[in-house]
Design a protein around this ligand. Sequence first.
Ligand SMILES: [Zn+2]
Length: 404
Amino acid sequence: MFLPSGEVADVLVDRHRIAAIGPGAGAGLPAAEDASGKLLLPAFVDGHVHLDKALIRDGLREHEGTLTGAIDAIHERKRRYTVEDVRGRAREVIEASVRSGTTRLRSHVDVDTIGGLTPLEGVMAAAADCADIAEVRTIAFPQEGLLRDPGAYELMEAAIEAGADVVGGMPHWELDEASQREHVGLCFDLAEKFDRDLDMHVDESDDGGMQTLEMVADEALQRGYLGRVCAGHVCSLAAAPHDYAERVIDKCLRADISIAANPVTNLVLQGRGDRGLVRRGLTRVGELRAAGVNVLFGQDCVKDGFYPFGRGSMLEVALISAHAAHLTSRSDLAFALRAVTEAPAQAARLTDYGLKTGARADLQLLPVPSWAEALRLQPPPEKVWFAGRLVAENSVVSKLHRRT
Ligand SMILES: [Zn+2]
């Protein structure tokens, strides 16, 4: 089989783990799997998805397509959530993700006074239902703000106590700068109190004046919370003056903050008011990458109020993100692969991930010889393994009927 590097290699799996990987690793042993000519990848990691909202779009009223429009349109539906409703939709997306080669997901889950802890209970139940095929972690996400939504902070505490793994946030959603700063402080207080990592929605706006990424970076640096923070979306950074953006990128680097760019959703969400040269909501992917910041791409939304598409395919996310971020050279494509594998694994501080000896055997085999061909042709993986166990198989039949 081929590795993403182009090397021809064998992989030896001993129960849950990779026992050996490399050229000739399986020499002298009978092949359990004939993978010659195919591409072996680590299973994808979706580092930023919203399983509680997934698949609700058909039941929503139409809105103008903006972030604010989507959040407002979801309120009515969120009031009607039940644990079983959320559980069923989340399970469907986890299963679709596994079929598409993803075995680890980190899901934001709304925590607010509209839905209470129902979304979290539903997603955690779905995660338990799917524990044999995937590992799902949850992020308590105050979608409606903390100061704007009195009672949300207490619910955030309750969510962490109920089992949410990571502290979320959305500081730019607060109504003024002082509240934004306070929101950031409250999120770090929670993270410190419960010794949790942070993964916040940050500056998901076209407004270059939004500066909550810098607030997050400053807080992480002051509190020594290094390597434990992920900032999602970060659209405003693209609209900010270059010298300001460079200063903030440097702070992110020093705080070892990961950036979850979600081009798939932000391409359709941002820039809606523009004429002519329409902004596309993409953060400074190239500059963050050049600076050495850990950048990942997430699915973010699956057929919800923000985005009508999405099917849990990180191969599709990588392709769309490659278009959005001008990724075409060999090293660019390798970066796109990293952004749906090693980068989200690093952001989630997974230590047993990857194509390396000792890593958990979360693997996928694709019917193409290279990553470039996988991106171009978008085949579903032929096989997906979770901790060494085969959990999904796909086969595609395509027939061309020529006149004889
Ligand atoms: Zn998001």
